[in-house]
Ligand binder design. Structure first.
Ligand code: AMP
Length: 545
């Protein structure tokens, strides 16, 4: 039997899922909506023109389909323009993690075979250091926020604004295969060199639609709509700022780009621009809330997706007390990234703050089209009982199809036809997933699995604790003992005894396994973070074990 393929009328248009199509509706339907960066205010109409100018400027620098254009910038309107213009001309956008070491940045530039590099003047010292050793970059474009052009030995082809001003604002963006690579960036692997992941136009369009469908259909909280004001607080170089700039643009939402993340500037923007929708990792929210200005501000109604790491109930309750609508998202670099969102149903919103926080801290339910399973080591799906833990494996239309030029690691990632996240989780009968650990971070204490995240959550609840990270300390008798590294709040003398006592109380109540009483506590000045602001357990293990 032949397949029931559809018959295509010769003149029918076969609509490709291309990034350019995300721009059509908003520029027509919300042309006056604003995009804000420093003193710049552009409309969506300007965005469309500037994207065309950038496409012309890049083309005149020799960029053609299949070339790679890399960007080193903080979050800006320019970055948003690159999110569109670069893939729209069929080139690949490489978003460089500017927090990596110069040697790692050089490695990613060579590995991605960047042809053109757009660089913020702030990073010129790094560029000067590595330029002589770059293999592929042919042109450099300067991104400058300062009144004067800085001195440099880099042979720039021009400054961004000057190149745009000289370019035509008309560009005919041709159709091409939706499976064309649109973006690439490197995961900040905690061991070895960073690994490149990559996403096609089709994947980014479907991710945008998937995220929009779940945020747009939320009732009672966590909804994202055209009257919101959006500001990212996860960097645009990391997983396209979770893809939210594409969603915001598609929805025609006012967008605010904060540049480098400085707490007082972020708070000032939230206040001045009336920001209502953001996303960040827990450590950034924690930093914002403890800033002296935050106490004087009205943050109520600010909707924030927390992801990238587990949110503690203490942080969640603190934010809820200030009227912030906090909820969790989960994903990883390899997954574009969003896989789950933890929205509350209207009846859950009737629960007490404590009860709501438990749900808000879960990692939520799968997005439409996401086939997410929690499996044991024999790849059998675990029961949805909120207790049976296993690894999250996933299929979705927007997962990286491999690691760039790394066949072995790609095969491991996709072993058995599902993408392996390396995250350990449970799922309850309502479908809410809760991450309990990374496969590499999980502790085995006296033969029992102990969740480091659960322990961190309990310890963070103590009023004297500012930050905590739990790692496993090898122990002859017990295999491993949990070691909690704790940063105390400045005016609070928390002791090891108080914390071990607190954990024992939870064990006595049967909330956590009794193995946790083997906990050791060490008070430290600070907890090491990765380049994207998450707790760096590899560095902590190296330092303290
Ligand atoms: P990255 O690739 O740097 O974005 O890191 C992805 C990893 O962050 C995931 O594999 C998880 O281990 C962790 N992660 C992301 N979101 C959450 C979350 N909501 N709760 C707990 N861990 C998370």
């Amino acid at each position: 039997m032949p397949d029931a393929l559809i018959t295509r009328t010769p003149s029918a248009y076969d609509y490709p899922l291309l990034i350019k199509n995300l721009l059509f509706c908003p520029v027509v339907d919300a042309p006056q909506q604003e995009i804000v960066y420093r003193s710049h205010r552009f409309t969506y109409r300007d965005l469309r023109q500037r994207v065309a100018c950038l496409a012309n400027a890049l083309t005149s620098l020799g960029v053609k389909r299949g070339d790679t254009v890399a960007v080193m910038d903080w979050d800006s309107h320019r970055y948003l323009e690159c999110f569109f213009a670069v893939p729209m001309i069929g080139a690949v956008l490489h978003t460089i993690n500017v927090r990596l070491s110069p040697e790692q940045i050089l490695y990613t530039i060579d590995h991605a075979e960047d042809d053109v590099l757009l660089v913020n003047s702030e990073f010129l010292p790094i560029l000067e250091q590595i330029r002589g050793r770059m293999d592929t970059v042919k042109s450099f474009v300067l991104l400058n926020d300062e009144p004067t052009v800085p001195e440099s030995h880099i042979p720039f082809s021009g400054e961004y604004e000057a190149l745009l001003a000289a370019a035509s604002d008309q560009f005919n963006f041709a159709d091409f295969d939706e499976n064309t690579r649109a973006t690439t960036f490197y995961t900040t692997g905690t061991t070895g060199m960073p690994k490149g992941v990559y996403f096609s136009h089709r994947q980014l369009v479907l991710h945008t639609m998937g995220v929009m469908s779940v945020l747009g259909s939320a009732v009672g909280q966590g909804n994202f709509h055209r009257q919101d004001v959006y500001m990212p607080i996860t960097p645009m170089f990391h997983v396209h700022a979770w893809g939210l700039p594409y969603v915001a643009t598609m929805l025609g939402v006012k967008q605010v780009y904060p540049g480098r993340y400085l707490p007082d500037h972020l708070l000032e923007l939230i206040d001045r621009e009336k920001v209502t929708f953001s996303h960040c990792v827990p450590t950034i929210l924690h930093m914002l809330l403890k800033h002296p200005h935050a106490g004087r501000m009205d943050l109520s109604g600010w909707k924030v997706i927390i992801g990238g790491a587990a949110m503690s109930r203490a942080l969640c309750l603190d934010a809820m007390q200030r009227g912030i609508d906090l909820f969790t998202g989960y994903g990883m670099s390899e997954t574009c990234p969003i896989l789950t969102i933890s929205h509350l149903t209207p009846d859950m919103l009737e629960l007490s703050a404590e009860e709501q926080a438990v749900i808000r801290c879960k990692t939520g339910c799968s997005l439409p089209l996401v086939d997410l399973k929690i499996v044991d080591s024999a790849r059998q799906e675990q029961a949805r009982d909120g207790k049976s833990a296993g690894e999250i494996v996933v299929r979705a239309p927007w997962l990286t199809q491999g690691y760039l030029k790394d066949h072995k690691a790609s095969e491991r990632l996709w072993e058995g036809g599902y993408l392996h996240t390396g995250d350990v989780a449970v799922r309850d009968e309502l479908g809410y997933v809760k991450i309990t650990d990374r496969t590499k971070d999980v502790l085995k204490v006296s033969g029992e699995w102990v969740s480091s995240l659960e322990l961190e959550d309990i310890i963070a609840h103590h009023p004297g604790v500012a930050e905590v990270a739990v790692i496993g300390q090898p122990d002859e008798k017990w295999g491993e003992r949990p070691l909690a590294l704790v940063v105390a709040k400045p005016d609070n003398a928390v002791t090891e005894k108080e914390l071990t006592h607190l954990v024992r109380e939870y064990a006595d109540k049967g909330v956590v396994t009794k193995q946790v009483v083997l906990l050791k506590v060490k008070l430290v000045e600070a907890i090491d973070k990765t380049s994207v602001g998450k707790v760096n357990k590899v560095a902590l293990r190296e330092k303290y074990l």
